[in-house]
Design a protein around this ligand. Structure first.
Ligand code: PRX
Length: 649
């Protein structure tokens, strides 16, 4: 437990109440809502009614530990809930997506427009043989066609696997392979700070030259940047060509509530990313309820979630939650500092954004750039701010509150995970007083605890492992193709509760303070990276014998990757080697995993049984006093590292 670093947190006693005018108009004003949520099945049974069902469910929950079935017997379609049901009334011509490209191009799609394009693309997918249950990999920039492709899959019951466009060809290959996708939707390239990143070329690299079995038969390419691409006859087609003259009549497939909606890969403690599976019914109820209540959503809101759809935040709170709720969603393709450091504030001013949902790492970056950028823009339309992805330190919280929210906007700090699918802890802003740095309390109908290693509840004022005690509707169904890994990873410790991998404390008021991961996962700028994945990438380099990675505390990114590497016998250290190793990680995983530091060492500190002691390496990376070294096989190794790394600082 990282006691020392975080012991100040519980001393944060400031309380913030939403302005009076906010509470009296809030979606949820009933202070007893959390109590009502304690009757979990009744609560979620009630919330199920917010969706349109082709057939109502018979039983709200069947819980066969650790496998849950929600809304059993119910039939629905996620795309139908996001689109068709809004077409009858005034929402038909409401903006569903307001897209702003990095270069300043703009596109607005109404619910009717989005419906039409989704239905057409669904017919395109069908014409390429995609049927219910098939997997479709989507490797795209943050543009409307990405949302269209996701919803088109959902419409016909295909399972989408979105792979973040920042992942390398190698990482994409593993995900295509694991999901056994036969079709890939991509773009020629994507813009980033004025440069273009080759997406189609990465797909080409990811795919084998000859097809043996289960291989990709079709690649549909959206023209975004106009950069040259190789189009292979028979296999590759342009999106704009295959969409020509396609019918916009495509009935939504009635899906069983427990059918798969999507797979999303995330890092775990082993080298192989896990395909987290979400199913239609419970997921849609969970994201719709939390999106409305946590963001206090009103019909006229202009809601902007800055996440990329390649991550769960994009899935749940840029696509499925907001569109199910009929909101207007702003979507921005590019970087926050392109062309200037006030791009976010310009977008808020331009579209009169009312709700902003972003990450602490972005807020800390803005803090570094200074308040003159937000001050130069009119941010008076904002009425609520959200945070997600990593702990928000009280300083960043206060800066966000003051300079972005003008001291009038409640901040909802939302704790959740790829696996939880929906927000699990957050304020319900009309009724929950806020404490800077705390995600406050569990959402109604969600049962979270902090426990000791045996699974016993720890008293208030103390810390331990964060677990979820009872099933919740948007919980992952399994790890794709690996029920055992699902069971072992999430449900085998802590007396059968769901293990989040996080540690947290709770205070005397029952507020939760999440500290961070306790497993071998590093959270870099809100993105999860497995130490084992980075180590695997390093060891793949011909010069490397062994590698150990830890998360080093970083002012802006939260954590950064610090790698300790030992070289193979006879390898001569060259000046370029460190850069070469970093480039190798980028090649294998993507630039998000690039180590900030690589330290070459003859040996890594190990226990007598040969286990690398990452805990001590983390102490060294953070420049802290080292913890207990008594189980080390050779204490000289760690002393050498400490001395040399301290000397470099
Ligand atoms: O450690 C927690 C951190 O992000 C992890 C989940 O990462 P991922 O599955 O990529 O999903 C991120 C977006 C939901 C968690 O185990 N985390 C997420 N939100 C918060 C957080 N840590 C503290 N406070 C949060 N609000």
């Amino acid at each position: 437990m990282k006691e020392k670093q975080h012991e100040g947190l519980l001393e944060e006693k400031r309380l913030f109440f939403p302005p009076e005018g906010f509470c009296s108009k809030a979606v949820i004003q009933n202070p007893e809502i959390h109590e009502l949520g304690q009757n979990r099945t009744k609560f979620w049974d009630e919330q199920g009614k917010r969706l349109d069902w082709f057939k109502p469910w018979d039983t709200v929950l069947e819980w066969n530990h650790p496998f849950a079935k929600w809304y059993v017997g119910g039939k629905l379609n996620a795309a139908y809930n996001c689109l068709d049901r809004h077409l009858e009334g005034a929402r038909r011509n409401k903006a569903a997506l307001i897209f702003e490209g990095e270069l300043g191009d703009r596109r607005v799609l109404t619910y009717q427009d989005l419906y039409r394009e989704v239905a057409q693309f669904a017919n395109v997918l069908k014409s390429y043989g995609v049927v219910k249950g098939d997997r479709v990999t989507i490797y795209m920039p943050l543009i409307p066609e990405t949302v269209i492709a996701m919803l088109a899959c959902a419409r016909i019951g295909a399972v989408h696997c979105v792979v973040f466009g920042g992942f390398s060809a190698e990482a994409l290959k593993d995900r295509i392979h694991d999901s056994r996708s036969t079709i890939v939707v991509t773009a020629d390239g994507s813009y980033r700070r004025g440069n273009s990143i080759p997406l189609k070329a990465n797909v080409d690299k990811a795919l084998p030259v000859t097809c043996i079995n289960n291989c990709v038969e079709t690649i549909i390419v959206v023209k975004r940047t106009g950069q040259p691409v190789d189009m292979q006859d028979e296999r590759d087609v342009w999106y704009h060509e295959v969409m020509k003259n396609v019918s916009s009549v495509c009935p939504a497939e009635p899906m069983d509530a427990n059918d798969m909606l999507f797979i999303l890969y995330t890092s775990g403690t082993t080298g192989k990313p896990k395909g987290v599976v979400h199913s239609v019914g419970g997921y849609m109820v969970g994201v719709s309820t939390t999106h409305e209540w946590v963001f206090d959503l009103k019909e006229e809101d202009v809601y902007w979630c800055t996440a990329d759809v390649g991550w769960i935040t994009g899935h749940s709170y840029l696509v499925y939650g907001p569109l199910t709720n009929g909101s207007t969603v702003v979507m921005y393709e590019g970087a926050p500092d392109y062309p200037e450091k006030d791009r976010y504030w310009e977008i808020i001013e331009k579209y009169r954004v009312t709700i902003l949902y972003t990450a602490p790492t972005a807020i800390r970056t803005f803090m570094k750039w200074g308040e003159s950028y937000p001050r130069g823009r009119d941010l008076s339309s904002l009425r609520l701010l959200g945070s997600v992805g990593e702990p928000i330190n009280p300083e960043a919280w206060m800066w966000y509150y003051k300079y972005i929210g003008g001291e009038r906007c409640p901040i909802v700090d939302t704790w959740w995970q790829t696996e939880t699918g929906m927000i699990m802890m957050a304020p319900v802003p009309g009724i929950t007083p806020l404490k800077p740095g705390s995600c406050t309390i569990p959402f109604p109908g969600v049962h979270i605890e902090i426990v000791d290693p045996e699974g016993n509840l720890v008293p208030k004022g103390e810390g331990g492992y964060l677990v979820v005690r009872e099933p919740w509707p948007a919980m992952l169904k399994t790890v794709y193709g690996d029920d055992k890994r699902y069971e072992d990873t999430y449900w085998s410790q802590f007396g059968g509760a769901y293990s989040t991998g996080d540690e947290a404390k709770w205070d005397e008021d029952g507020y939760f303070w999440v500290i961070g991961r306790v497993d071998d996962v590093i959270n870099v700028s809100g993105h999860r990276i497995g130490t084992a994945e980075v180590e695997g990438a390093l060891v793949d380099h011909p010069s490397v014998a062994e590698a150990a990675c830890v998360g080093k505390t970083h002012e802006v990114k939260g954590q950064a990757v610090f790698a300790f590497v030992s070289l193979k016998e006879g390898i001569v250290i060259r000046d370029e080697l460190i850069d070469e190793l970093k480039a190798h990680v980028v090649l294998k995983i993507g630039s998000l995993a690039r180590p900030d530091d690589i330290f070459l060492t003859a040996e890594l500190p190990k226990t007598r049984s040969g286990k690398i002691m990452r805990r001590l390496l983390k102490d060294i990376a953070d420049g802290r006093e080292m913890g207990d070294t008594s189980t080390l096989a050779d204490v000289a190794v760690i002393n050498f590292l400490k001395k040399n790394i301290d000397a470099q600082k």
